[in-house]
Design a protein around this ligand. Structure first.
Ligand SMILES: Nc1ncnc2c1ncn2[C@@H]1O[C@H](COP(=O)(O)OP(=O)(O)OP(=O)(O)O)[C@@H](O)[C@H]1O
Ligand SMILES: [Mg+2]
Length: 380
């Protein structure tokens, strides 16, 4: 019987081995232990699709839980605050209350404001709980145990600005009163930048920004070797180096490359993953990146923008950058005629600006995908 594949080429699922996020995790843990003054109590994680944002949020939640903290997940829709106030926080309070601690929780006194009664007492409900009052109730209770509240918010770019404002104000209010609370939000870079231009997001704007970058080559090589070993096979360093090169430090393609190479070695009845087996799946990695990542992201892109993408694909070598002037030349227009579409493509997260006047693709193998799929090619 063959061993189970330890690679996870999917989204939002924690990998067998987490590569290259040790120092971030360490800073976060220190921030929780340090106290309300730590800048790591308000974090904004941004990164392109598949860069590992959701996985990092999960890791932060685990790290918080191991320090006894409670996590509240906020969902970026129009009932975000309502869900926190009327289900997530009451559930957390109920869990904490348990049968034996019911008496302790029934009346909680908070310095500076009137006595707030917790939901454990069915007859004296706070008539109109707000996010602030609910959070204070929970934080006050947790304070006795020396722990606090972590609020996580994924897909921040889809959040409703007004809801976000209420959430941010509440967190800020508790921090000001020295409660143990932390807010970590994650999303796509351009979407976040647009969101932060709204008034009412000042607190979030001041949060510590973390831009998730590709995993370094040594960390990536280590991940291939260790993940394969966890699954009960071996991957020599040379094979791992090639796998790191193919996947370019992008977490999703790292899992994809590992998973396909593992499958190839299983087909070959081999107890190790050889350099040849890694090389053999390279084309399939590119195809699958196209199917699972690039194709869906091109669905709603209008022709005008597609034309620019094709121009970049034609002009760039491998993942190289292309000057806006050259793109305009190829399209036989003036550079400033492209500015609207350029802006749209940036906000879709499909391209980025590596340096002034230049553009390149955000994710590996977009170039190959475009050049291999003429069905998207618009008429110029
Ligand atoms: N640090 C890491 N080391 C190894 N693999 C990782 C790492 N981070 C993420 N992965 C893998 O990459 C996949 C994609 O990660 P994740 O879903 O967190 O990306 P994301 O940035 O949230 O993407 P999206 O923008 O589409 O939501 C995960 O399923 C996981 O298997
Ligand atoms: Mg995600």
């Amino acid at each position: 019987m063959s061993a189970r594949n330890p690679f996870r080429p999917t989204f939002g699922v924690s990998p067998t081995i987490l590569a290259g996020r040790d120092s971030l995790l360490q800073s976060f843990k220190l921030g929780l232990a340090e106290g309300p003054g730590s800048p790591f109590r308000a974090l904004l994680i941004s990164g392109s699709r598949g860069m590992g944002k959701t996985v990092l949020l999960n890791e932060f939640e685990d790290a918080a839980a191991s320090q006894g903290w409670i996590t509240l997940r906020a969902y970026p829709d129009d009932s975000m605050v309502d869900n926190l106030v009327n289900s997530a926080i009451p559930e957390a309070l109920q869990q904490l209350a348990g049968p034996q601690s019911k008496r302790m929780l029934s009346s909680v006194s908070i310095p500076g404001i009137a006595t707030v009664t917790a939901i454990a007492d069915p007859y004296k409900k706070d008539p109109t709980p707000t996010l602030i009052s609910r959070l204070r109730e929970l934080a006050t209770h947790l304070q006795k145990h020396g722990s606090g509240i972590l609020i996580t918010l994924d897909e921040l770019q889809s959040a409703n600005v007004d809801q976000l404002h209420v959430l941010a104000t509440a967190v800020q209010d508790l921090l000001r009163d020295d409660f143990d609370i932390a807010l970590v939000a994650a999303g796509l870079p351009e979407g976040i930048n647009q969101l932060l231009q709204h008034e009412g997001t000042t607190f979030i704007r001041r949060a510590e920004r973390i831009l998730l970058s590709p995993v370094s080559t040594p960390d990536s090589i280590g991940m291939f070797i260790d993940t394969t070993a966890e699954g009960g096979k071996q991957m020599p360093e040379e094979a791992a180096t090639l796998a790191a090169e193919i996947s370019k430090g992008y977490p999703y393609s790292m899992q994809l490359t590992g998973s396909l190479a593992w499958a190839q070695s299983t087909l070959d009845n081999s107890a190790k993953i050889s350099t040849q087996q890694v090389a053999a799946v390279r084309d399939e990695v590119i195809r699958r990146m196209g199917m699972q990542v690039h194709e869906p992201s091109l669905h709603h892109v209008p022709d005008g923008e597609l034309t620019i993408l094709y121009a970049i694909a034609q002009l760039s070598e491998n993942d190289g950058m292309v000057s806006t002037g050259d793109i305009a030349n190829l399209m036989k227009v003036k550079p400033n005629a492209l500015s609207m579409q350029r802006k749209q493509l940036l906000s879709r997260g499909l391209i980025q600006v590596p340096k002034y006047g230049y553009l390149n693709f955000t994710l590996p193998y977009m170039r190959e995908h475009l050049l291999n799929s003429p069905q998207h090619r618009p008429m110029i």
